[in-house]
Design a protein around this ligand. Structure first.
Ligand code: ANZ
Ligand code: ZN
Length: 775
């Protein structure tokens, strides 16, 4: 570009924005049209630095934030690092550097890159989850959860990743594999800390109806919560006083229930010990059971029978690994004729099928005296991790007083810097080997006590960081419960727009909602839903292939920014496709964007202050472009917004002289995508003189408005006749197909009330004029 040195110019404006605090909101009194909290999922700082996928997500979020700012909102767009956790720690282990040392190195690199991409971040409020100032509050939250009965310990069969050497929450096991490292996850029986997310199952489900979130995320959460309606039915045991209760969603199939199946953990098994004739074999089976085995195994409890309460017939009782202990009652009635899993099991063990008819659902429940029952698949959130790189769980165990939380004045419980930070592979974290750390006094009785040595799940760090940024805005001087802070929360939360990856659907995005609900019940926040709007972004591939180190096709954003500039990279990324769908990164596309920005830059030489040309066609195009870009950005259709700008530039280039306001509109519409170049033009051309308040930055100037009168309507008034009588008329875009016009017409209430359920015999359409429906 003529006289455009992107390396120099981009740096210059980045410094200017910081120095002039262009992107720092007024926390006390939001300006203009009020606050707009524009949040993007913060990255975990991998050592390789920022991935182009991060740049893509962050740019997409930033375009929206810049747009809102120019629409007059006081935008808060913070950034930080989700630096605690297994991922960062695994990398540190791999290269043999202490995670705390590595964190500082990655941090520096990340902030350098985050600076380079030219986002309108409020850098003053940045935070890192491994900063004691931050995790003090992560620990405080844990204690609040404990005090409110939402954190508890239980012994349970939990997921164990043999490679990460720690337990994992259910959400962190994807198709039986560790979400972090991909290893096959095993089961282990351990006593651990859990958060009672199940208490909020119904609220988490209901809340989905009132938030504006990507539909796929809502679907995933609904499925994960897994509400099902059914009944608990009692099956008496033959010749015994006891019974087995099953949970079924199909009580209507009960006539076909030919046997019962218990989970291997079912307590009745040991209670029936003296009645079970093959108890020794049963015990052997239970001992050797492979929980992670995909194959259905099982054994019959011989010597005992259950009675089907509907048929009164005696049916056998089996134990099998396909019945889960944590769901329903841990016992099922097997209906091989209607249930595939039961059928598979029945075939394998030669158990009877029955072709009995279905019963009436409601009636059978009444007749059997069974109770209706709602179940959720959601399990409590396993919070403990047997790892080093996380916030120590702030609990103390005392022989006399049991579990006692650390006192608030003693927070944070600092993570000690230890040489041997590697996971031990036992069910204890490395902190359990450090006497100086775990030996302590009981806060209650002052007697000898020991600290919890596990750390908490990284997902707890990220479940409240949107509040953390507000703590950072007050230099960490306020406490969460301070009146002043509570009013800051009221002023700035919930988050208005949240953008991030869909892979977090039932992880972070579920936890963050749960924690907000818990905090609301504790009186800390005033909302149930922390993010009013969430949009998932798409993913980027390179020349048709997934990016990976082994393929050597990783895109390093640094190189592109250096060679082409952040503006070009940003704009290219946004132009690749609809933001929610990602796209295919091709170098050839980069050159197209470079040329385009070049043309915008060169156009400024045609700007004429005195130009009086009145070109109606051009004026219409400018107004239409404003309308289109405005609507497209609002809906994250950045690619089509950019296309519209390209069309406008083509037209503007044809002019000999350019009216100044057309050019100003163009660069304003372009500003969210190419923030540096447009800022340079804004200053070079002194455009601030044209605007009230003389904004110091194009990014504080006002978004262009279009005049609806100047956009010639491309509609016509369609006359609707029914059996030849005019019954309705409405505006329809010109040149639709007959089918499209028919569809619009049939939907009209005015039309429907005539048609009702009568058959349509014929439709006659006179293009761009009239439609006649014959009934
Ligand atoms: C008889 C039946 C007949 C069933 C039929 C289904 C279909 P949801 O809640 O939708 O996942 N079930 C109940 N508890 C179970 C457990 N602990 N482990 C494994 N399976 C269990 O499905 C509930 C259904 O899953 C229940 O309804 C039960 O099988 C089974 F044609 O009962 B059904
Ligand atoms: Zn004590």
């Amino acid at each position: 570009m003529d006289g455009y040195n992107h390396q120099k110019i981009e740096k210059k404006w980045q410094k200017f924005w910081l120095r002039e605090k262009i992107y720092e909101p007024n926390f006390k009194k939001p300006r203009g049209r009020g606050k707009f909290y524009n949040l993007m999922m913060f990255p975990y700082p991998s050592a390789e630095g920022m991935h182009v996928g991060n740049v893509y997500a962050f740019t997409g979020s930033d375009v929206y934030g810049r747009f809102k700012r120019m629409q007059g909102h006081d935008v808060f767009e913070p950034i930080g690092l989700d630096g605690f956790g297994i991922h960062s720690e695994n990398y540190a282990i791999k290269i043999g550097r202490h995670p705390a040392v590595q964190a500082k190195i990655s941090e520096k690199n990340f902030y350098r890159q985050l600076q380079m991409i030219g986002n309108s971040f409020s850098f003053k409020e940045k935070l890192e989850t491994y900063d004691p100032k931050y995790y003090k509050w992560t620990q405080w939250l844990f204690i609040k959860m404990f005090e409110n009965g939402l954190a508890y310990r239980k012994k349970a069969e939990v997921n164990w990743c043999p490679s990460c050497k720690t337990v994992l929450a259910d959400e962190q096991v994807i198709n039986g594999q560790c979400e972090r490292c991909g290893s096959e996850v095993l089961k282990k029986e351990l006593e651990q800390w859990f958060f009672k997310i199940t208490k909020y199952a119904e609220r988490l489900l209901k809340g989905l109806d009132k938030i504006d979130w990507s539909e796929k995320i809502k679907i995933a959460q609904r499925e994960w919560i897994g509400k099902s309606f059914g009944a608990e039915i009692e099956f008496p045991l033959a010749n015994l006083e006891s019974s087995i209760t099953v949970f079924t969603t199909r009580p209507d199939t009960i006539l076909g229930a030919t046997f019962l199946v218990l989970s291997p953990k079912h307590e009745i098994i040991s209670k029936l010990k003296s009645k079970i004739s093959n108890f020794k074999e049963v015990e052997d089976y239970l001992k050797n059971i492979q929980n992670d085995s995909k194959e259905k195994t099982g054994i019959e409890l011989k010597g005992v029978m259950a009675i089907n309460p509907a048929t009164k017939k005696e049916i056998p009782i089996w134990v099998s690994n396909y019945v889960l202990s944590g769901y329903g009652t841990g016992a099922i009635m097997a209906v091989p004729a209607h249930d595939e899993r039961d059928a598979e099991f029945a075939k394998k063990f030669n158990l009877p099928f029955s072709d009995a008819p279905l019963s009436d659902k409601e009636e059978i429940i009444k007749k059997l005296g069974a109770s209706k029952k709602v179940n959720y698949h959601l399990r409590d959130w396993l919070i403990s991790r047997q790892r080093y790189w996380g916030p120590p769980i702030p609990m103390i165990h005392c022989q006399k007083c049991g579990w006692v939380p650390v006192e608030e004045k003693d927070l944070p419980v600092l993570l000690p810097k230890v040489k041997n930070f590697r996971p031990t592979g036992t069910d204890k974290s490395p902190l359990a080997t450090i006497e100086k750390f775990y030996k302590t006094k009981c806060p209650k009785c002052k007697g000898e006590a020991v600290r919890e040595t596990d750390v908490s799940d990284t997902f707890l760090d990220s479940a409240w960081y949107y509040i953390g940024y507000l703590l950072a805005s007050q230099n960490w001087k306020l406490k969460i419960k301070d009146k002043k802070f509570v009013s800051l929360i009221k002023r700035w939360l919930p988050v208005d727009m949240y953008i991030g990856g869909a892979e977090h659907a039932v992880l972070h995005l579920l936890y963050v909602r749960f924690l907000a609900m818990a905090l609301k019940d504790m009186g800390v926040v005033h909302f149930d839903e922390p993010m009013k709007k969430f949009r998932a972004h798409g993913l980027i591939i390179k020349e048709g292939a997934k990016m990976s180190k082994s393929k050597g096709n990783i895109i390093n954003p640094d190189d592109y920014i250096k060679n082409y500039g952040a503006d070009v990279l940003r704009m290219y990324l946004m132009f690749m496709g609809p933001f929610d769908q990602g796209g295919d990164f091709r170098d050839a596309g980069i050159l197209g964007i470079t040329r385009f920005l070049n043309r915008v830059w060169n156009l400024k030489s045609k700007v004429d202050l005195k130009s009086k040309i009145k070109d109606l066609k051009l004026e219409t195009l400018v107004h239409k472009t404003i309308k289109k870009v405005t609507e497209d950005i609002e809906n994250l259709r950045y690619n089509t917004a950019i296309s519209a700008l390209m069309i406008l530039v083509n037209e503007l280039e044809r002019q000999e002289k350019l009216p100044i306001n057309y050019y100003v509109s163009l660069i304003k519409l372009l500003a969210p995508f190419a923030p540096h170049m447009t800022e340079e033009i804004w200053h070079k051309m002194n455009f601030s003189l044209l605007e009230k308040g003389r904004p110091k930055s194009i990014h504080l100037s006002l978004w262009p408005k279009y005049d609806p009168k100047k956009i010639k309507e491309e509609n016509f008034e369609l006359v609707v006749q029914i059996n030849g009588k005019a019954r309705d008329k409405f505006l329809v875009p010109l040149n639709l197909s007959q089918k499209e016009v028919e569809e619009l017409t049939i939907k009209r209430e005015n039309v429907r009330k005539y048609i009702k359920d009568k058959e349509i015999k014929k439709i006659i359409y006179i293009s761009n004029k009239l439609i006649n429906i014959v009934i």
